[in-house]
Write a protein that binds this ligand. Sequence first.
Ligand SMILES: Cc1ncc(COP(=O)(O)O)c(C=O)c1O
Length: 341
Amino acid sequence: MFNEKEVEWGKLGFAYVKADYNYVSCYKDGKWDDGKLVKENTLTISNGSTALHYGQQCFEGLKAYRAKDGSVQLFRPDQNAKRMIKSCQKLLMPEFPVERFIDACIQTVKANERFIPPYGSGATLYLRPFMIGVGDNVGVRPAEEYIFSIFVTPVGPYFKAGLSPVNFITSDYDRAAPAGTGAVKVGGNYAASLESHLLAAKQGYADCIYLDPATHTKIEEVGAANFFGITKDDKFVTPLSPSILPSITKYSLLHVAKEYLKMPTEERDCYIDKIDEFKEAGACGTAAVITPIGGISHKGKLHVFYSEKEVGPVTRKLYDTLFGIQMGDIEAPEGWIVKVM
Ligand SMILES: Cc1ncc(COP(=O)(O)O)c(C=O)c1O
């Protein structure tokens, strides 16, 4: 049983902790019901559900942060709601409206207040909204019924001893096809990434780097995170491709680099054979905000960016600014923060 009085928040990992309440809304006869909070963390669905056989499902990941004044806030939940709509459109699932998505997140966080880590612990409350196609079905076709649900779980700081660089290796495999589902957050992309991740981990790397599926010459994703590099003349560069998941952290960093740090920014191809154009590099996503990249191994050669041991100064500034915004310590651009309580 979870006891919030005894938990060591800073030591929590990224593991499932059963919270008190989950949000569930069902879609039937062409419409969503009103949705409600439930205690059960299990769903009973038909064994013919399209989510089980044909991967008709999608999900999101975002966090609730406890600010210094004790209030609780979500970071850009509208962006997750909009990305989920794109995933739904791609897999012919019904859209869950943006306003309802945000309201469902707020309800779920409020109901699970005792799981929200305190300010300063580095821990946060992770929210996992998801949608699955359900109902009696056997053929390959979109379901007629769906479940939208949210669960939450407290997660510890990604780096327990502060930001530190890790190494990655390029993968020979692809997580998505050139004109496939790479730009949406659907389970199939992650199923396709499990083996590449295992191969990278077995060789001692944090994760693998996916190159563009058509030519294998350009960096696309770093495991389940986006890539960015800092050029020698201090430009923030990140790849642009239709098979990359548009990371909300990445687009927030682009804004932070430009508006807060006054750096030029570019979204363009990042060729693996030209990575020496970058003096620093990082992976970005909700889980860690930024994971500094020490080096990338490609075709048997390790290219080290700033250092394998220390975080580069630009990467640190980007991290401190964005995490400061998420925690409420630094003023956020308009509309980025949604107060829960
Ligand atoms: C494949 C992939 N790329 C990038 C990201 C980072 O996206 P975000 O910053 O929205 O968490 C994620 C995580 O959601 C991901 O799964």
